[in-house]
Design a protein around this ligand. Sequence first.
Ligand code: FES
Ligand SMILES: [Fe+2]
Length: 421
Amino acid sequence: MLSKARNDLLTQTGPGTPCGEFLRSYWQPVAAAEEMPLDGDPLPLRIMSEDLVLFRDDKGELGLIGRSCPHRATDLSYGRVEDGGLRCLYHGWLFDRHGNCLDQPAEPAGRKFCERLKHKAYPVQEKGGAIWAYMGKGEPPLIPDFEFLMGPEPNRLTFRVIQMCNWLQGLESSTDPAHTTFLHRRPPGTPSQRSGADVAALRGNDPPEIDIEQTPYGMRIFALHNSANGRKYLRVNNYVYPNGATPSTSAGEMGYQGRVYVPIDDHSHCRFEFFYRHSQPLDKERLIKNHHENIGPDKRHIRRAENRYLQDRNEMRRGESFGGMGLHFPSQDAFAIETQGVIQDRTQEHLGSSDAVIIGMRRALLKAIEDVKNGAPAPWVIRDPNDNPFADFLCTSGFIEDHEDGPSFCRRMLAQKNAAE
Ligand code: FES
Ligand SMILES: [Fe+2]
């Protein structure tokens, strides 16, 4: 349970809010790269309650500027891409990707009004199949070189999905190892892309034993499942500062997802999914097909509150799914987090021992937000390229030996992974 003041602190992300300043200390993904092809149209975006337009100028360079024209507020995302920038349709003012005003055709020639005007503009760059923006103060840091951003292109795939609730509910679903056994339980005989051991863990009735370990980039999360063969099966996931997670492990070659939850405003967010497989290309055709079967052209889940997530109680009765909502995990997660309310009222919740990760992550977030508010640097903001490789980063699962615990299992898996490279 949280006090109202603390819940507000964690969930309000507009300009000038403490959490907003904390999130703005890092680069944030704002669009999937495929949304911004070289000849693509300007894309209206709302990020942390700021209305913006992402566009490519006529040289193909990316820009992210305020959506409201600084003349008299007409929406620049309808504007014309020409003459080195984006031209407002109302009176023709022209802005480049740095926010400079290049032209005011209705103003008398020779007036210097244009030069005194600086429109809102943020640095952007493409990495890992996403367009990232730095909306903070001062010199931008580096975008972390996570393997799910840096791996060979055939091994990576990026999607953006819109979810209709506060960003923290999204992040908390991705770091909560306890819900997998219930919400995502797969009935016997249902097809799965996951490994046999992982499916066994997901089909078990026993909730996992949960533990956490602090790491420089956030938190390593251990979920230890009883397996049908009597052995213990460990899933290792991560919370990554400030709003990222790697929740979805399957053994070895099935890979995992990096996820980042970026507020649109305080009532909705974008979930960025970075699918990644370490040593083999992904089956992109299957992943894209699956995505389009479950996500609409509006980038929202097809199962949504307006249609009660298409819950089918006969499907539930027949044992075809646990919740009568199909077998697509992200749709099930969307149901769970969107029905918590647009901003979950955490003054009314009752946390148990299985919520250890949620408690630990909130504690880390609250400390980081307070630190930034008091003028200290945000944790794990990378400025030195030598700090950027993550030799100790791991998202995996597997059978654990009797003498092992979570950290020693990770050391063994990391040694195996690094030896294979
Ligand atoms: S409102 Fe944009 S040029 Fe006038
Ligand atoms: Fe989930």
